[in-house]
Design a protein around this ligand. Sequence first.
Ligand code: TRP
Ligand code: SF4
Length: 400
Amino acid sequence: MYVDRVLSGMRPTGNLHLGHYHGVLKNWIDLQHEYECLFFVADWHALTTHYDNPGAIEESTWQMVVDWLAAGVDPSKATLFIQSQVIEHAELHLLLSMMTPLGWLERVPTYKDQQERLTEKDLSTYGFLGYPLLQSADILIYRANRVPVGEDQVPHIEFAREIARRFNHLYGKEPGYEEKALAAMKRLGGKKARLYEELRTRYQEQGDEEALESARAVLGETQNLSLGDKERLYGYLEGGGKMILTEPQSLLTAASKMPGLDGQKMSKSYNNTISLREDPEVVTKKIRTMPTDTNRVRRTDPGTPEKCPVWQFHQVYSNEAVRDWVRQGCTSAGIGCIECKQPVIDAVLKELAPIQERARAYTEDPDVVKNIISDGSEKARDLARETMRDVREAIGLNYG
Ligand code: TRP
Ligand code: SF4
């Protein structure tokens, strides 16, 4: 049976904010109804950059899981777990590291970018270089074929695809696969066998896709081969054998329209966030004091919504009628900025109220959260163990 399996991870950052909610969590919440989903806290990934200061990771993990649950990630639909509670990720990471060319890791764009950006840290570590490989292990160990990520992570998913391909190429061959393929070729019959061989050579030596297609067609119309032989010959065409690890695809998450209070991207480091558990009075105050169109100095000056961060909030929170009212009122100086902000304040508070109520219930009873994670981690371990059995067997380390 073939199922679409979704996997995604988030580094533990503690309290999440509206940027996370609109950018990631709402997407997860939609996906959990459509697919089998696994969502995990990437706590080892946090260590790659915070190895010198790991003290906050555990607390951040619990806070973040509370926010997931409060936002509506449903543990009866999705499997929620913590990366370090499924140590099989580490075993796969180690085994993959043996066959990963250094150059592939050095060429991942986030590697140099981050090193240059986070200059206050020494990131010339083995773990940091291996970040994308650990991420590959996270994905491949569940044979997840759909990975919802933002644009910045797409190269990491592409990297995981290449790793899966390399692994399958190196270890996906049954013992004696070549002899078996040659025997199957003989059974094709003299003329067809010669044609198959010629087309295979053309594809393998010149990358001729048409030759590959023709060879597949030859196999397709052949009647006198067993299914096993046919599969062997399809595999042999591309040089590979069985697929042990699944090549994942990224499910690109649309960039969130949710800006920060100052109109830049919402981010803790810009100090422009509204957290999911922000006190309603603080939410009101933060929005009331948001900057507006700087040309609108006096109440009587007309403004331009496109130059105002509040307008971006209206894009997220207001319907057409309210937006018309803003456009009209702002450009004619018919409304004041405080007036304009009120529907945004109301909408944000309305959005946060049920989230905060659920968060309260979870923080009052942390055992519920611990149990959810412990159940989820157990389920994840069962899946991970299955893959690792195949992986060990393929490499020849099952000592059975
Ligand atoms: N690298 C991701 C990030 O920084 C987090 C992550 C770790 C992840 N492992 C993953 C995401 C596996 C998707 C799949 O956001
Ligand atoms: Fe911004 Fe609204 Fe003030 Fe116009 S009226 S400047 S859109 S806050």
